[in-house]
Design a protein around this ligand. Structure first.
Ligand SMILES: [Zn+2]
Length: 63
C-alpha cells in the first residue's frame, strides 16, 4: 500500500464543517457500499482510516 497515494486521496477531500449522516462511501471513487476495505495509516502523527471499495483497493494495492 503506497502511503503517498493514500495521503493524496485524503488531501483531496473537501472538509465539511458540518457533521453529515449518510451512507458509507469509497474514499476514492465515492461509490456507496455496505462493506469496505479499511486501511489505517499515520498522517502527521494522527491515525487515519480510509475506506475503499474492492475496485479501488485493487488499484491502490498495485501502486
Ligand atoms: Zn472506489
Amino acid at each position: 500500500m503506497n502511503k503517498k497515494i493514500l495521503l493524496k486521496t485524503v488531501q483531496s477531500w473537501n472538509i465539511n464543517p458540518k457533521p453529515k449522516y449518510r451512507g458509507f462511501r469509497c474514499a476514492n471513487c465515492q461509490k456507496y457500499m455496505h462493506k469496505a476495505w479499511h486501511i489505517w495509516f499515520d498522517y502527521k502523527g494522527f491515525k487515519c482510516e480510509i475506506h475503499l471499495c474492492r475496485k479501488c483497493y485493487k488499484k491502490y494495492k498495485e501502486n
